[in-house]
Write a protein that binds this ligand. Structure first.
Ligand SMILES: Cc1cc2nc3c(=O)[nH]c(=O)nc-3n(C[C@H](O)[C@H](O)[C@H](O)COP(=O)(O)OP(=O)(O)OC[C@H]3O[C@@H](n4cnc5c(N)ncnc54)[C@H](O)[C@@H]3O)c2cc1C
Length: 376
């Protein structure tokens, strides 16, 4: 059978690795002209690590990320509200949650990919399907028929638009900025997340000297983002304490800042005929889950496992795949929305109550994570 994977990100390259090449001729297309490092710092959690270990991909990541020991939550001046150790979780799962650049994980996945036809600088313009095949029209106007098409083309998925034109990502009234910094001479040994009023600043070490930053502010969608990004970061966080003044001082017009509105995807059905969606294309989660990458890898592993076994009834396979994955992601999505709303509280009173709650209420977040990973 021949299978087309649209999108060579984490989900697409994972699936290309996991499919049985005795059974499938795999073609993977990617719109980028070349494989070059793009993105931000990501946390790779146990559920993702477990699958990469199973497929001998984890070894390609050896020594390339860091294991962060804790999560420290502070107010905007840098006073600690809560510090949660990852030690118990790391011990339980026998491996530490890894923080690394997205490109490091992507390179590891690519380094293990074999027997896949890769076409860079390629997009799709149309999908036409009947009971037997899907005819795909590519950006160079050529057409090819495939038995199965997998849309792994991220939050703004063209595949999703083609099969369900009425669906669109949920765009939150929150703008994020993500960049790398070496402004802190010795990176902290854990993540630092700072809560302001309607503002959030997170620092995620990914080497002994370098950290990823994810910060966010409330903002009405449909305003132009591109202008004055650097100034917006500096202006919005100028009254934050701790490491922030040093980080802001090191920002220059050359700093590459990933900037967008926070988006989610939640659609009822992930498949149509011979076409199925995985990763962010199917279910982009809020960044507060820290689960986007692991979820993409889990989707790829689940789908590959089903297809490697049997392809006789694609509709049932895709239905079962979607039901299983949706059930797994339901609670984590709910929890991430709650945390996101708390993080971005606009009112000073609510922000004060939130800070008191974070400081004094017993934390059950680690217990929740433990239960979630137990089900992995
Ligand atoms: C700032 C930020 C921080 C994040 N931090 C974390 C974190 O700490 N932990 C975590 O787990 N997740 C994190 N995420 C989420 C995570 O990056 C995504 O969930 C994950 O990358 C999803 O993988 P994917 O393969 O589905 O999509 P992507 O990684 O977006 O890959 C999609 C690929 O498809 C290609 N493509 C798009 N359209 C087409 C087309 N029409 N034709 C061909 N190719 C196409 C794109 O170029 C890209 O290569 C973060 C996201 C952001 C924005």
């Amino acid at each position: 059978m021949n299978i087309l994977i649209i999108g060579g990100g984490i989900a697409g390259v994972s699936l290309a690795n996991f499919l049985d090449k005795e059974k499938f001729a795999v073609t993977l297309i990617e719109q980028a002209k070349e494989w070059k490092p793009v993105g931000y710092v990501i946390g790779l959690w146990y559920n993702g690590i477990k699958i990469l270990q199973k497929h001998q991909i984890y070894e390609a990541l050896a020594g390339k990320g860091v294991v962060n020991a804790y999560q420290q939550t502070t107010n905007k001046t840098g006073n600690t509200l809560r510090k949660t150790s990852f030690e118990k979780l790391n011990q339980k799962f026998g491996v530490g949650v890894q923080f690394m650049h997205r490109a490091t994980l992507h390179e590891a996945l690519l380094s293990k990919m074999q027997n896949v036809t890769v076409k860079l600088n390629t997009n799709i313009t149309a999908l036409l399907q009947n009971k037997e095949k899907v005819e795909v029209t590519f950006s160079d106007n050529s057409t090819t028929q495939f038995d199965i098409v997998v849309g792994a083309d991220g939050v703004n998925s063209k595949t999703r638009q083609l099969i369900y034109p009425e669906t669109a990502p949920i765009v939150h009234e929150v703008e994020f900025f993500s960049f790398l910094t070496d402004a802190i001479a010795t990176a902290p040994e854990g993540n630092i997340e700072m809560f302001g009023i309607g503002k959030f600043f997170g620092i995620y070490p990914y080497s002994k000297t370098a950290c990823g930053v994810y910060c966010a502010i409330n903002r009405q969608p449909n305003t132009t983002l591109k202008q004055a990004v650097l100034e917006r970061v500096k202006e919005n966080f100028k009254d934050f304490g701790g490491h922030i003044p040093a980080i802001l001082a090191k920002l220059t017009p050359e700093t590459s800042i990933v900037n967008d509105y926070v988006k989610e995807v939640e659609i009822p059905i992930w498949h149509q005929g011979r076409v199925v969606l995985i990763g962010d294309a199917a279910h982009a989660l809020l960044p507060t889950t820290g689960q986007g990458v692991a979820a993409a890898i889990e989707d790829a592993s689940n789908l590959a496992c089903s297809l490697n076994e049997n392809t006789s009834d694609l509709n049932s396979i895709f239905q079962e795949f979607t039901a299983k994955r949706k059930a797994k992601l339901k609670d984590i999505r709910k929890q991430s929305r709650f945390v996101h709303a708390l993080m971005m509280s606009k009112s000073a009173i609510l922000a004060s109550i939130r800070n008191l709650a974070v400081r004094f209420s017993p934390s059950n977040s680690i217990k929740k994570l433990e239960t979630f990973f137990d089900q992995a």
